[in-house]
Design a protein around this ligand. Structure first.
Ligand SMILES: [Zn+2]
Ligand SMILES: [Zn+2]
Length: 372
């Protein structure tokens, strides 16, 4: 039998050769679904588009534990041609979770159910939403995710028990005025006047300064071909960030109100919407403690890093946002990934993947029990 360290590298090498961008993970999901079936899982495909769910039932009462891996590659341009590359390491995440899944099917679990969730389109930041809509987390009580870290954050032989991604949202606003001849501005409503007021109103929003939160106008288009007419439309976009989901909800409300009220000062109206984004990390204290214990057991005390706060977004956090009772943890694994994630030349040390496999197995054993 192939040992786990060899198997995880073999699966990674296979997935690495079939990079596919979000919602196009056809070969990837077919490979993973076949492997889960071969291992003895009940498998559902087409979850949230191209996602795959595998279930291993102990037959005994107990919790439903999900292990989640993302599957998608990124679209890059190489020598002027678009191509997909696994530059965020999602091939590594799927390889680790599949290797764990196979080992657990061989040995069996003692209680509850194990749910393997291969999620599509993390890079689009709504693959998780699609699998949630398809009911993938309806029965899930605990979920564990794992992601490689760039070399600047973690090296081979190190891991963090919690990655605190921030909340990140994009809002868009369309301001409607009334066009008129440039000679008769009193007959029109100038959308640029409304937009200028809106920019100032947004910049005057203040949030609790002890918690990071920002809102910035990132696009402003107004005015048409006729430079002697009053423009009747302006389009704005805004980037919002916060390390706290409650604060983000308030920031979205205040931003909406600021734009609507500012537009109204000149008689214009504004349609304001959230057009994309994802929530900040919210982890269960006990699950993070267990992750610490697992990392220490596998890598020794020197391998255990402190929790890491990262400005990047991760759609994994929609699971808890949609079902707050879910207890979540998310491991950041060191594998010397350089020069950085999302770099098309990103390389990492595949020998470190066995560390992720063993950390996940340790956690699964504590949560649902692995049969001897
Ligand atoms: Zn990424
Ligand atoms: Zn990623």
């Amino acid at each position: 039998m192939t040992d786990l360290a060899t198997r995880v590298k073999e699966v990674w090498a296979t997935l690495h050769e079939m990079p596919e961008v979000g919602f196009e993970e056809v070969k990837t999901s077919a490979f993973l679904a076949d492997a889960l079936r071969a291992a003895g899982y009940q498998v559902q495909t087409g979850v949230g588009g191209t996602g795959v769910v595998g279930v291993l039932d102990s037959g005994n009462p107990g919790p439903v534990l999900a292990l989640r891996a993302d599957m998608d590659a990124l679209g890059h341009m190489v020598e002027g041609k678009p191509c997909a590359i696994h530059s965020c390491g999602h091939d590594a995440h799927s390889a680790m979770v599949l290797t764990v899944a196979e080992e657990l099917a061989r040995k069996g679990i003692e209680r509850g159910k194990l749910k393997i969730l291969f999620q599509p389109a993390e890079e689009k930041l709504f693959g998780a939403l699609r699998v949630i809509e398809d009911g993938a987390i309806d029965d899930v009580e605990m979920v564990v995710g794992i992601h490689l870290r760039p070399i600047q954050e973690a090296r081979s032989g190190q891991a963090t028990p919690a990655l605190y991604h921030g909340a990140s949202y994009i809002m868009e606003a369309t301001i409607h005025g009334l066009t008129a001849h440039g000679a008769r501005p009193h007959l029109g409503i100038n959308a640029i006047d409304a937009a200028a007021a809106a920019v100032n109103a947004v910049n005057a929003i203040h949030m609790n300064p002890t918690i990071p939160a920002t809102v910035k106008v990132t696009k402003l288009h107004a005015g048409g071909a006729a430079l002697n007419a009053i423009p009747d439309k302006a389009v704005m976009a805004l980037d919002l960030r916060s390390q706290d989901n409650g604060l983000m909800d308030d920031l979205i409300k205040k931003t909406t109100r600021a734009i609507e009220a500012a537009a109204a000062t000149v008689g214009a109206t504004a349609e304001v919407k959230v057009s994309g984004g994802c929530p900040a990390a919210e982890y269960d204290k006990d699950m993070v403690e267990l992750a610490k214990e697992a990392i220490t057991a596998v890598l020794g005390p020197d391998g255990l890093l402190a929790p890491i706060t990262t400005p990047g977004g991760e759609d994994f956090h929609f699971f808890v946002k949609h079902k707050p009772s879910i207890k979540a943890a998310y491991i950041g694994l060191g594998a010397d990934a350089a020069p950085g994630l999302h770099h098309q030349e990103m390389k990492f040390n595949p020998d470190a993947l066995i560390n992720g496999v063993n950390i996940l197995l340790y956690m699964v054993d504590k949560l649902v029990g692995i049969r001897a």
